[in-house]
Design a protein around this ligand. Structure first.
Ligand SMILES: N[C@@H](CCC(=O)N[C@@H](CS)C(=O)NCC(=O)O)C(=O)O
Length: 200
């Protein structure tokens, strides 16, 4: 299988953490990030976004949730999205929160990278508000997450890793001791250690 890859994307990391946890990482070849601009990625994903996984039959899969679901169905190891209705909706909901946190964090970075004079400060403020509220909600869920590994918790781990990577000056751990303790333990998983973004 081939994965259109970027070492800094939290969505790509979500896929790679799942691949490691499901025993599939060795079966995935990573493209160089240049495919994002050469047209190669566009040929596989009309949205031209990473991650995009091309499976052994040549079928291109996107987005990160679809890819993780696919890996969950073909790999070994823990089930990432349970089938029992109550457990399933809880995992999907936590995934939605983590994924929305990633969306806002990535959008905020895009805003900060606008050429001088074009930064839309209201939008940046809005995205940062979403980030703060998502983190507050996760603080309330930290004890329930415990040491569970599923689609929801691995997405939270990748989202927090991205906040550390891009928003170090936000000091998100302040006032969120439970989430900080949860992340400290979760980040030690080999799947997380092996997929950490490069030093900023
Ligand atoms: N919902 C998508 C989001 C993917 C995404 O936003 N990827 C970013 C990198 S972090 C990207 O490829 N951006 C390029 C673009 O928007 O043109 C997913 O879960 O895979």
């Amino acid at each position: 299988m081939k994965l259109h890859f970027s070492p800094t994307s939290p969505f790509v990391r979500k896929v790679m953490v799942a691949a490691h946890e499901k025993g599939l990482a060795d079966r995935i070849d990573l493209t160089s990030p240049e495919t994002m601009t050469t047209g190669e990625l566009r040929a596989d994903n009309p949205l031209e976004k990473v991650p995009c996984l091309v499976d052994d039959d040549g079928r291109a899969l996107y987005d990160s949730h679809v890819i993780v679901d696919y890996l969950d169905s073909i790999g070994s190891g823990p089930v990432l999205t349970p089938t029992e209705p109550k457990a399933r909706v809880a995992v999907l909901l936590r995934h939605a929160l983590a994924d929305g946190l990633m969306d806002s964090a990535v959008a905020g970075v895009g805003e900060m990278r606008r050429p001088e004079g074009l930064l839309w400060s209201d939008n940046l403020k809005r995205q940062k508000g979403k980030i703060e509220r998502a983190l507050d909600a996760l603080e309330g869920q930290a004890d329930a997450m415990g040491d569970t590994l599923d689609l929801g918790t691995l997405s939270v781990g990748c989202a927090l890793g991205y906040i550390d990577f891009r928003y170090g000056d936000m000091h998100w751990r302040n006032g969120r001791p439970r989430l900080a303790a949860w992340y400290e333990a979760f980040a030690k998983r080999p799947s997380m250690a092996r997929t950490a973004p490069p030093p900023a």
